[in-house]
Design a protein around this ligand. Sequence first.
Ligand code: NAD
Length: 499
Amino acid sequence: MNELSHWINGKHVKGTSGRFADVFNPATGEVQARVPLASKAELDAAVAAAAAAQPKWGATNPQRRARVMMEFVRLLNRDMDKLAEALSREHGKTIPDAKGDVQRGLEVIEYCIGAPQMLKGEFTDSAGPGIDMYSMRQPLGVAAGITPFNFPAMIPMWKMGPALSSGNAFILKPSERDPSVPLMLGELLKEAGLPDGILQVVNGDKEAVDAILDNPTVAAIGFVGSTPIAQYIYGRGCTNGKRVQCFGGAKNHMIIMPDADMDQAADALIGAGYGAAGERCMAISVAVPVGDATADALIERLIPRIEKLKVGPYTAGNDVDYGPLVTHAAMERVKGLIGSGVEQGATLVTDGRDFKLQGYENGFFVGPTLFDHVTRDMEIYKQEIFGPVLSTVRAKDYEEALAYAMDHEYGNGTAIFTRDGDTARDFAARINIGMIGINVPIPVPLAYHTFGGWKKSGFGDLNQHGPDAFRFYTRTKTVTARWPSGIREGAALNFKPME
Ligand code: NAD
């Protein structure tokens, strides 16, 4: 059995807690490795070593730190195939999708090459007589990231890129489901010139997470995962005085107006609903056609496209559209939710529960599933399913469609398909959701914009990557300086405005 490690002080280190989690090959159902689950003592030791290494890194000039990012980009491109293979083997997504996962992380690292520009402070010359005032952005010290299974390359890089290039040391606690790629990122950063101890990859579960939350040296936590855990981490982390941002689950609606290009909308729904087996926080899981004629036209186009979808292992290369779910438990949960949809009266148009693939009978596969006539009170509408299941909710008009998206507790992403500029503009202005697509089904902002949901999809006040990330991983210090020529007037006891 392949035993994975932690990455501490620039080396692979065996776990000492005696606790492990199984890492599966989701396509075959086999256990392919076991990952150590860190104890509180192991986590605390990794934080202490990071804190000892950080001051030198924080004092390294930002351009030198940026050069490490530059080299990291080169190495990520060099090892793209290797990273994608390791990622698909543990996650189950297709190789092109795994490369997208690495690429979207890499783009944030490219953005971080501009850290010297992002970290420049502000300066006011002659704020008063002989007085200059300046603000600088300083690293926080040791920051931590707790990340989900569904993007094991991209999300760790969204966190570590801005944190490291801002001069922090960083503790990454990746998902225990697919920990190999985060460990490989540690190796590549060392090769790129990152000093030992500045990035620690500590594998673990709740015990390691709680140790992060309670460690007084950890100044900030960036979390991505499901909403209940996001809320828990936000609450406990803030109570312990840390800076915390947590991104949670989603239920993304796509409104299809009667004037939309129906073939384009159907293609978009297939990609956004079933790509990566629906295990994306920006997946579209609810289609909201406006009017029965639109709904009928849409369903009529979706069925043949669904029938053509190829579900299989990533080793089938280009011959597969999406792979298995990440664990047996995830598969059973999704099948259970499909059952509840049937029981609660939704129309099951295509049923993926009995999907079987010869040679992969123990894989965690669910076939593409489509529901029609879904209503607000059903579990399949209320819960994030995180599987290849698309629910159709019929709206009588635009206002009702808008209300569906606005009233849902999640607010990560949404989209509208229409040819009407007025409707699209009204939608973008009024909707209470963080990321909006207009004829774009998965509107994931690029590295130089920011990514974040509203409502129960995001906790905290700054987004991920883009300029917000540099604000999150630094704090502002403001200096007011007066030189001897300006202090001959005697003591000033009152708090007065600058003259
Ligand atoms: P998860 O919440 O189960 O796990 C996320 C992280 O939290 C992991 O590192 C895990 O080890 C840790 N964790 C799990 N249970 C814990 C507990 N009880 N106490 C402390 N820590 C715990 O999420 P997941 O299944 O890995 O990822 C899927 C979820 O992530 C979905 O809900 C998806 O929508 C969400 N997600 C959100 C975004 C976003 O940007 N909003 C992006 C990707 C994924």
